[in-house]
Design a protein around this ligand. Sequence first.
Ligand SMILES: *Cc1c(COP(=O)(O)O)cnc(C)c1O
Length: 455
Amino acid sequence: MSLHDSPVHSRDDIVEVNPLYARLGVDEVPKNRMPDRPMAADAAYQIVHDELLLDGIARTNLATFVTTWMEPQARTLMDECADKNMIDKDEYPQTAELERRCVRMLGDLWNAPDPIGCSTTGSSEACMLGGLALKRRWQQRTGSSARPNLVMGANVQVVWEKFCNYWDVEARLVPIEGDRFHLDGESAVAHCDENTIGVVAILGSTFDGSYEPVAEIAGALDDFEQRTGSHVPIHVDGASGAMIAPFLDPDLRWDFSLERVASINTSGHKYGLVYPGIGWVVWRDKGTLPEELVFKVDYLGGEQPTFTLNFSRPGSQIAAQYFNFIRLGRDGYHAVQQKCRDIARYLSSALGDMKPFEPLTNGFELPAFAFKLRDDIEAYTVYDVSMRLREHSWIVPAYKFPKNRDDLHVLRIVVRNGFSRDLAELFLRDAQRLVPMLERQSKPFASEDATSFHH
Ligand SMILES: *Cc1c(COP(=O)(O)O)cnc(C)c1O
């Protein structure tokens, strides 16, 4: 009897002993064609649930920057809002109001004089919007028909290469060089010309967790403008760091307090501490977001400006973001992020004390750091380390640096809210245990693409 023919209440003895699994056969899970007949909801649930057991454990995934722990109250709110489409501003005006409050709070946190912005599905969409505004403003400013370019470090997240590809902008990737693993003022300006729509500064780099020096880049672009007359604004890709620096590095100048910073994005689902997917993009004022990119949707008999690539999306993440903002406040965010930074520093220094490992960064900026193997180790590689850690449920990506330093193979650990000191100790125990095992290898085992580089 096939799964779809089986009655929900069977008289078969075995079915009564183990009603669910006695009904399920191996070949009966539909994989390619939608089945003709329905099945019981509990059976369908169990099939999907069981297959997902094979996924990695989100909490021990040290590769991702994306939130894997929220308070139960946030989950409740997210469930309550899962059926509301946030784009229907007229039907769900209070969701729209919470979104506007979040934009104002972020604008204030980043010292914007007159912020305007919106939520997105993540930083990727937010970066697209930031980039589009830069491109349109350049066109307005110059009236040029030349091919525009965008200047950024070779260490940018893949979204910026996508932006350039999709919107026909030349991606001017500034190579890393020696021990300079990200963009600086001098190298940025060296790649700018009259067709540069902007410079992307990353806070911080996904390769090693370091902040790019936004103030230095802004200063160099001030000089460039004086010399050449070309105005080049900055977009700060603060996917992670825009929710770290305001709390932990109050003296760092990186945000709208720098005149040249036109727009900033962040991932609400990274250090904004919300489950995926939400991002934010904020412009310093109306002058930095060209009016013609903004669409008006009906809203309570009036009009609401929107500027997004997506349309329909759940209201859940907006409610959860607002929950976090009022639940934690600035002190709460400070406490959470400081804890993450403390644990990242502790871990990088403890790993550095182990014979094979050498930290490249220390978790002093983003609560994330890269580390490598000592140069004299030949029997195993970072890819072997990653593979062995996986056997203990730890997901730690191994990857190589961009061009010019692609000799450098590293591992990276991202510390997020919920990765406690206790878990850190357990991780160190496991890392310690696998060293003798690796040392017994006669040659490297895992291939370079055994793990992928997660942003
Ligand atoms: C994660 C990340 C992105 C992409 O963000 P999503 O929220 O995953 O879309 C872009 N830039 C940087 C620097 C990132 O760390």
